[in-house]
Design a protein around this ligand. Structure first.
Ligand SMILES: *Cc1c(COP(=O)(O)O)cnc(C)c1O
Length: 229
């Protein structure tokens, strides 16, 4: 099936209306992003700053770009002028840096706090107690140019569906608690980004309202770098 067919069938058959689809285009050339765009897709996710910036320059300006990969503080300035959402905020220091560059660009940047839920050492993210500590901190309350829209999490890369389900259930429960404790009157705090190609159906069952799909839309990624394709 073509990229356009994949998007259409996902939206028609698999992904409920209330769940937002982020098309993860990392490693894929701009022509393929354009193919998805032509099929109506406007939300795209990338995990590398340089690749994101180059695609943003080449592609239609009404694309909303989400950063979904680890962000180094010294690279925030490159994406601050245009980024639609940063899903991978994993420290107060990074959030302060985003706030600084958002202010310079006279913007408020939407962010998700990335929560560590996987049983793996390699994933970035905040622990549950670190999320609470961050939200309670005085430093956080001073940030006027970032808006926390919700939480993002990546489950363990495993065939064990019970484990994936438990991890997403835990994140949903945590999300509900954070909403109650810190954002009860803030309608903007509403996004729970969980689910990738391998596990998005489980994630949606557990309450996800934003899924990030790459290979389901664009096909398997080759290991080769995107610029050499
Ligand atoms: C690559 C990536 C995805 C998409 O992965 P697929 O398995 O291709 O759907 C989703 N989220 C994050 C954070 C990623 O890095």
């Amino acid at each position: 099936m073509s990229i356009a067919d994949n998007i259409k069938s996902l939206k028609k058959e698999t992904i409920p209306l209330k769940v937002t689809l982020i098309a993860v285009s990392k490693t894929k050339p701009a022509e393929q992003v354009l193919e998805a765009y032509t099929a109506g897709q406007r939300l795209f996710g990338e995990n590398m700053v340089q690749e994101l910036v180059e695609k943003q320059e080449q592609l239609p300006k009404d694309i909303q770009w989400h950063l979904i990969g680890h962000l180094q503080s010294n690279k925030v300035k490159y994406i601050a002028p245009f980024i639609s959402m940063i899903q991978s905020v994993d420290s107060l220091k990074l959030l302060q840096e985003i706030n600084k560059h958002a202010e310079k660009n006279s913007r408020i940047i939407d962010c998700l706090l990335q929560v560590y839920i996987a049983d793996e050492d390699t994933k970035f993210g905040l622990a549950f107690d670190e999320v609470i500590e961050l939200l309670r901190s005085e430093e956080f309350s001073e940030l006027k140019h970032v808006r926390i829209r919700g939480l993002m999490g990546i489950a363990t890369n495993t065939d064990n569906e019970k484990q994936i389900k438990d991890e997403y259930y835990e994140l949903k429960t945590f999300f509900d608690g954070i909403k109650q404790s810190f954002f009860r009157k803030d309608e903007a705090f509403s996004v729970l980004s969980m689910g990738m190609s391998a596990d998005y159906k489980i994630a949606i069952e557990q309450g996800s309202n934003m899924v990030r799909l790459g290979s389901t839309i664009f096909g398997q990624r080759v290991v080769k770098h995107w610029k050499n394709n």
